[in-house]
Ligand binder design. Sequence first.
Ligand code: NAP
Ligand code: F7E
Length: 323
Amino acid sequence: MKVALITGITGQDGAYLSEFLLGKGYRVIGIMRRSASSDVIGERLRWLGVLDKITLVEGNLTDLGSLVRIVQEYRPDEVYHLAAQSFVATSWQQPSLTGLVTGLGAVTMLEAVRIARPQARFYQASSSEMFGKVQAVPQSETTPFYPRSPYAAAKLYAHWMTVNYRESFGMHASSGILFNHESPLRGIEFVTRRITHTVARIKLGLTDHLTLGNMMAKRDWGHARDYVEAMWLMLQQDIAEDYVIATGRTATVTDFCRLVFDAADLVMEDYVRTDPALLRPAEVELLQGDAAKAARQLGWNARVGLEDLAAEMLAADINRLRG
Ligand code: NAP
Ligand code: F7E
């Protein structure tokens, strides 16, 4: 039985990846940071019905010793490094923490693997945010990076360190440059979930408006369940490389918002307000990925379209609120 070690297992992608790997017959070990809310921290895993099928161990990205001991004990074949301070807006408020966890944390995990299990295959959760002020449209593996937030700068450091460990130590280390991916398990602070959760509340008479920031920003949104499969595919290749994972379709925040209001049979203009306080110090205006390399080499293509994603997220939020 193959052993997979997942950091960030309590997050959106960690939950879907656990479900996926269990389905492939893996033993799944997840690193969870100590929390005073440990009774609710496994909610996403519980929602997918996988909490009782995995092993959770305590560790923290800022603590090399804890990571080394876990890698020594469980001897993973594959390591999926997903843990991060992942909310871009927060990265301006907590730039040092974001650098420590999202940037240096990846190196700490790479070190743990290099020390205790160098033959393990390693996945780094890189991000389309690294393209930032985009230098080309669409963005592919050869597009130059131009990070626009402390989060993106931290991810870029982690990205290049992953390349460096591959080239310096011959580790099988790959970066997936994933564009935005969402699901009913998306954190409530991200724009898609903020929209579906609030529209569900409007539909149920619990509020009468939705406040947003920059509605003109364009993103390439896919479904998290599709994207975790791409992570696994990268680690099944003989040679480790980096891949862009995206749908190829871009849409504005307004477009997504309208899809959700339409799905709820409500008129968007009757409910949406904007607040300049929600604008970011620097914005990533346009993301659109070119995942041709992933299609060619991994046989991967996004399956879920934006309309279905919006409808699934809205239905899940309505059910949860009723629930
Ligand atoms: P998420 O839901 O925010 O999950 C982040 C995970 O990291 C959580 O399990 C969190 O634990 C854990 N974590 C944070 N700080 C930690 C620390 N110091 N030690 C150990 N664990 C820590 O993120 P996601 O959406 O699943 O994304 C997964 C990864 O892909 C992240 O690295 C993200 O930056 C990257 N990414 C995401 C997207 C996207 O669109 N979703 C796109 C590109 C890249 P708690 O539950 O305790 O908070
Ligand atoms: O913002 C705009 C906001 O926070 C999307 C992370 O998973 O994907 C994610 O980063 C856009 C931005 O995601 C609100 O200004 C408008 O232009 O959902 P978001 P993100 O910043 O794209 C990348 C690939 C990652 O790697 C990250 O980890 O929506 N926007 N109004 C808003 N955004 C939020 N959150 N809230 C609003 O009210």
